[in-house]
Design a protein around this ligand. Structure first.
Ligand code: URA
Ligand code: SF4
Length: 189
């Protein structure tokens, strides 16, 4: 069985796909290692690649604000990405890259044993919930897998591009808050 320390160390030296070649940092994950809520993004952007931490750029600031609206913050959640190294020009991670990387997230999830998983955006939702996931139609809906409640919301970068998506996301955050109140044992929201 992994420990957080051993898993992080192993991941930081991963060269399982070609994204390893141009990265400055592997972005392993951030947050509370006993969090009951796991947030899953797509992959690091420029700022994340520079700092080695997920969601530290403009989208990350908006994510922090979205969490704050329902009394959540990075001390109460764990944040990880589908791929741990930055895709060039922020393109979508390729299927082969996602396949090469997904085991790190599996092992993180096994350590965390979250009650609730929130996919941030289409790429994470397709990988985690189902391959034909439609973010515009199915954001905010709840799915169950092995006793874990899973939902997807718009990616914060999409909310920066299109403010009209924000009211729906506020509703989705409220639904997440209600689910946290229902299921989580040590997360006050
Ligand atoms: N977008 C993501 O999907 N993940 C990050 O860590 C930053 C931006
Ligand atoms: Fe390894 Fe994932 Fe980085 Fe590819 S993206 S090198 S699989 S950590």
């Amino acid at each position: 069985m992994d420990t957080w320390e051993s898993l992080r160390a192993e991941c930081l030296s991963c060269k399982a796909c070609s994204l390893a070649e141009r990265r400055n940092n592997v972005v392993f994950g951030d947050g509370a290692e006993d969090a009951e809520i796991l947030l899953i993004g797509e992959g690091p952007g420029q700022h994340e690649d520079e700092q080695g931490k997920p969601f530290v750029g403009r989208a990350g600031k908006l994510l922090d604000e979205m969490l704050e609206m329902v009394h959540l913050d990075r001390t109460k959640v764990y944040i990880a990405n589908i791929v741990k190294c930055r895709p060039p020009e922020n393109r979508d991670p390729l299927g082969v890259e996602q396949d090469a990387c997904i085991d790190w997230l599996r092992r993180q999830t096994a350590l965390l044993r979250p009650k609730i998983i929130v996919c941030l955006g289409r790429i994470a939702a397709k990988s985690i919930i189902k391959n034909d996931f439609r973010i515009t139609q199915e954001h905010g809906q709840w799915f169950e897998r092995n006793g874990v409640q899973i939902t997807a919301i718009y990616h914060p970068a999409a909310l920066l591009r299109d403010v009209h998506k924000r009211p729906a996301t506020f509703e989705d955050m409220k639904s997440i808050q209600a689910k946290v109140r229902e299921l989580c044992e040590h997360t006050e929201v």
